[in-house]
Design a protein around this ligand. Structure first.
Ligand code: MTE
Ligand code: MO
Length: 198
């Protein structure tokens, strides 16, 4: 059965099925932690957009900020409750870029070629942000500093660390883990961990 047809079971649980609560925030990623050079760092928005954007570190930091406190669920089975993030709402980036109506998908690009993909409608949710701060402090490099994506309703492999840009697309392109057997929809509440064969 395709995972999209699974229903979220009625539940009063705070933690999604198959997840255990962790107190700290484990550090989990592939590859080395990239160095951050504010002078050369930029954030690029391209693809099917009205305006291609290249924002400097200073310019990015002048965008309006939001705060989001949300639970964080890793597909390997740990969840950390009430993580406080601060940064730029994804919807702010989308409004600046004016994506074409047919651009319904987004590929998020991070350092070292890590990517993740989401439908634009998922990224426009009001709890989705490009986070610069964690628990009130600048995001440490190990946790994706200076900038990471946060998508609370999805498993955390969608929460790309070290994000450098977003690309608006007509057709879906799978990201790093999505192309390696992890679920594209990645809904923790239906335990949608792996892509269904076929
Ligand atoms: N660039 C990049 N981002 C990444 C990953 C990665 O390998 N590379 N791993 C993801 C996974 S699987 C998880 S669980 C979270 C972990 O975030 P944390 O190390 O801040 O807890 O980062 C996500 N973002
Ligand atoms: Mo993860």
């Amino acid at each position: 059965m395709p995972s999209s047809r699974k229903k979220r079971p009625f539940s009063l649980e705070r933690v999604p099925p198959g997840q255990g609560i962790t107190q700290g925030l484990p550090i989990l990623h592939i590859g080395p932690v990239p160095a951050f050079h504010p002078e050369s760092w930029d954030f690029r928005v391209g693809g099917l957009v009205g305006s291609n954007l290249v924002l400097s570190w200073e310019e990015f930091n002048r965008l309006p900020m939001v705060t989001v406190t949300a639970d964080f669920h890793c597909v390997t089975g740990w969840s950390r409750l009430d993580v406080a993030w601060e940064g730029v709402a994804f919807s702010t980036i989308a409004s600046l870029a004016c994506p074409a109506p047919e651009a319904q998908f987004v590929l998020v690009h991070a350092e070292h070629g890590y990517t993740t993909n989401l439908p634009l409608s998922d990224l426009k949710q009001d709890d989705v942000l490009l986070a610069l701060k964690l628990e009130g402090r600048p995001l440490e490099a190990e946790h994706g500093g200076p900038l990471r994506l946060v998508v609370p309703k999805k498993y955390a492999y969608k929460a790309a660390k070290w994000v450098r840009g977003v690309e608006f697309l007509r057709e879906e392109v799978l990201g790093y883990w999505e192309a390696r057997g992890y679920s594209n929809t990645a809904d923790p509440w239906t335990e949608d961990r792996y892509s269904s064969p076929g």
